[in-house]
Design a protein around this ligand. Structure first.
Ligand SMILES: [Mg+2]
Length: 394
């Protein structure tokens, strides 16, 4: 069985006979001794520092007060409790002793039981402080390890999102306002160009942080596979198939049932036909034409387990040059802030989109960003945030 080392006490007294008496009374502890202030200061800084110092006040050379002040000045010895041992037990001496940092006083000649009780009290207190410091250190270590791995995960997640060069080429005038709440995000977006068709996805997986990020990585991979390998470009078919796979994966026999899923908006824009097809799972599409916002509501069900699991609806949209198309997750409008510290809600969000639609997409992004941070103020961000904007130029 593991037996912890006995706690270490440094006895400082210029009389050897006092040291011998104290050592005998404290024989259960690991006692070391110093016969002068200077020697005491050296022993207090040893690798294994004492847990308690019993310090005589009247000594040749440095007196106990000076030694105590030196100990409290040095960060290495600052936290070692000091008990004064002295025949000077008048109120002034006690006050002076406490003022220089002592935790207790024992009068000389000492009573053995009183000495043991006072020493034990201070050692118990010291032990609990040491334990707290150890717990704090281990929590800091765990925090550092998790944070490092989250930042690495963030790099991986960002590498899987569409690259800027690709989006610049395919979309021309667009923005992606992407603001994870934690280091990694449950929101994700996709951009694909196939045969004069442009496919945009904005999705919001259940939760945020690591569980949200894992869901988003899985969902992205599944959608990419449907598009690149199965040549599926129909939004409702993608949502239907994604739901089927997610439910099947998470609820196969023998696995714990996971009810997570995602909300998503998918639009496929056919440039040749000036039309688009949109499907949404708990997520709308906004189209702003000549300053007027038109909302295409998605189906009121997620991609995942839900009481209604009817096929997702396919909305056909005729497009005109200069139409602004917006896809988003719920994080923007759900943000708390403003004067009465409440949710922003959708109305102000839609107003920002409609009123800024005459601006270049990059300027719109700045406005959307500013509106969000002005609203949020000093509040914490409540969810991952994603808003995508695209100007259709035919
Ligand atoms: Mg969300």
């Amino acid at each position: 069985m593991f037996t912890p080392d006995p706690q270490k006490i440094l006895i400082v007294d210029d009389s050897m006979s006092n040291i011998m008496m104290l050592k005998e009374s404290l024989s259960d502890f690991n006692c070391i001794a110093a016969t002068s202030g200077n020697q005491a200061l050296l022993l207090a800084k040893q690798d294994k520092k004492p847990d308690l110092i019993l310090l005589d006040i009247v000594m040749k050379g440095m007196d106990g007060y000076e030694v105590c002040m030196e100990l409290k000045k040095d960060p290495l010895t600052l936290d070692i409790p000091v008990i004064f041992l002295s025949s000077q037990d008048d109120a002034d001496s006690l006050v002076k002793g406490f003022n220089v940092g002592a935790v207790d006083f024992i009068g000389k000649p000492f009573h053995e039981d009183e000495l043991t009780v006072r020493v034990n009290n201070q050692l118990k207190f010291k032990k609990s402080l040491d334990n707290n410091a150890l717990y704090l250190k281990s929590i800091e270590d765990i925090y550092d390890t998790i944070t490092d791995s989250m930042y690495y995960a963030q790099k991986i997640q960002q590498a899987t999102l569409p690259h800027k060069d690709y989006m610049d080429r395919v979309l021309d005038e667009y923005f992606v306002f992407y603001k994870p709440r934690d280091i990694v995000s449950g929101d994700f977006y996709l951009v694909h160009e196939i045969d004069n068709k442009v496919l945009l996805v904005a999705a919001d997986c259940t939760g945020h942080g690591v569980p949200g990020a894992l869901m988003s990585m899985m969902s992205m991979a599944l959608i990419n596979e449907m598009i690149n390998i199965e040549n599926k470009y129909t939004p409702n078919e993608i949502l239907n198939q994604l739901r089927y796979i997610i439910i099947d994966t998470f609820n196969a026999e023998g696995k714990d049932e996971i009810t997570d899923g995602l909300d998503a908006s998918i639009i496929v824009i056919d440039k040749a036909q000036n039309e688009a097809v949109f499907s949404g799972a708990n997520s709308p599409l906004y189209l702003v034409r000549d300053g007027e916002l038109i909302e295409y509501k998605g189906d009121r069900m997620p991609v995942g387990i839900y009481p209604t699991q009817t096929p997702f609806t396919k909305h056909k949209i005729e497009l005109k040059e200069n139409d602004c198309i917006y896809l988003s997750s719920d994080g923007y409008a759900d943000q708390f802030g403003g004067e009465s510290n409440r949710k922003m809600m959708l109305k102000p969000f839609k107003e920002v989109l409609a009123s800024g639609s005459y601006l270049h997409m990059k300027e719109q992004e700045e406005r959307i960003n500013k509106h969000f941070s002005d609203w949020k103020g000093y509040n914490e961000q409540v969810d991952d945030v994603l808003v995508m904007g695209y100007r259709y130029k035919g």
